[in-house]
Structure formats: structure tokens, C-alpha cells
Design a protein around this ligand. Structure first.
Ligand SMILES: [Zn+2]
Length: 195
């Protein structure tokens, strides 16, 4: 039993009875759809990265690593579907999983953005000491202040900051970190200040 590459109906002859496409035509249509949806997926990733810079979660680096892994595996699946479609092999299940992943970066982006945007919790201010800092180029560009942690069982926190704060704070500086609880309980960093 095979499925039409495009509409997924069971197919007994070269031409799909449901959508009327031949195997060759269905290949073209489904690959075009793959490209379109992958573009939506990639734009979602850019929006996600932007949202995570506007309202940076305290656990930003862990979130970026997790999201990066999910996005990378999804793109690999998309690539594999394209590869199989070209050989007219069965893609129905993979296609459903991949197309199901398309909104995920948008959902992540919306969560992080609204988590900060809708947040009306009282700011929490904690003292910390800068112990180091680092910046990485590429996408996303990231600048972090490494500070002593105020949380139990943790030695340091990596706080996302903008270029201005990155330049003005040096190791050994005592600073205040203002945090918010987050509307969806994802703590995020409002800003860093001099004591
Ligand atoms: Zn079909």
C-alpha cells in the first residue's frame, strides 16, 4: 500500500484518485509545499530568537540549546522527506510530524514574548557579583555576564545583557539583578543595575 505523496490518500495506480495528481506531479507539489512551510518555520526561529532577546529568560542558554536541538532535528527531517519524495518513497508519517513542527518556533516565541509582556508580578531584586563575561558572535549574537548565583545549589548564573551593560560591567563589580516571575512562570531578567 502506498500513499499519494501530496494528499496522502491511498494510491493504487500512478494517478491519485483523490487529488488527480500523478506520482511525478505530486512530487513537485509536495516539494514546493515543503519549501514554503520550511520558510515559515525558519522565520519562526528568527522571531523566537528576537523574543528571547526582548524578554530574556533566566535559563536562556538551556532554552536555546533545547530549542536549537528541536529545530535542527526538524530541519533534518524536512531534508530527509525531500530526499525520499524525490525517490517517490513513502513519506506520509514523516510529513505529518514535520508539518506538525512548523508552528513550534512560533509557539515558543509567543510564550517567551507574552511571558514578559503580560507580566505584572512585582520585580525581584537580587544582589550578585560579576565573576566573568563572554560574548559570542554569529546568530544569535549573545553577551552574557557570569554572576554569582543566589539560587540554592548553583554556583553561577549567565545573565543575558545588551552591549551597553556588557561594556560597563567588569568582573568583581557588585550589581543588582532585577527579575520578574514571568506570566507563565518562566523567570526573566528585566535588567542589571549598579548597586
Ligand atoms: Zn493525492
Amino acid at each position: 500500500m502506498t500513499h499519494c505523496l501530496d494528499c496522502g490518500s491511498e494510491r493504487t495506480s500512478d494517478q491519485c484518485l483523490a487529488c488527480g495528481l500523478t506520482t511525478a506531479a505530486a512530487e513537485l507539489v509536495v516539494r514546493r509545499r515543503l519549501v514554503r512551510r520550511t520558510a515559515i518555520f525558519l522565520v519562526g526561529i528568527i522571531v523566537f530568537v528576537a523574543a528571547s532577546q526582548v524578554f530574556p529568560p533566566l535559563e536562556l542558554d538551556s532554552i536555546l540549546i533545547f530549542a536549537g536541538l528541536v529545530f535542527f532535528l526538524s530541519l533534518a527531517l524536512g531534508y530527509w522527506i525531500d530526499f525520499r519524495a524525490r525517490k517517490h518513497q513513502e513519506i506520509e508519517v514523516m510529513k505529518r510530524i514535520y508539518f506538525g513542527m512548523i508552528p513550534v518556533p512560533w509557539i515558543f516565541a509567543g510564550l517567551i514574548f507574552l511571558n514578559g509582556k503580560l507580566d505584572t508580578s512585582r520585580p525581584v531584586r537580587v544582589p550578585a557579583t560579576v565573576v566573568g563575561k563572554f560574548a559570542t558572535g554569529g546568530l544569535p549574537r549573545s553577551r552574557r555576564l557570569v554572576v554569582t548565583s543566589w539560587r540554592y545549589g548553583r554556583r553561577v548564573e549567565r545573565i543575558a545583557v545588551d552591549q551597553n551593560d556588557f561594556d560597563r560591567f567588569q568582573p568583581h563589580d557588585d550589581i543588582i539583578i532585577q527579575m520578574q516571575k514571568g506570566e507563565f512562570s518562566i523567570p526573566w531578567v528585566y535588567g542589571v543595575f549598579r548597586e
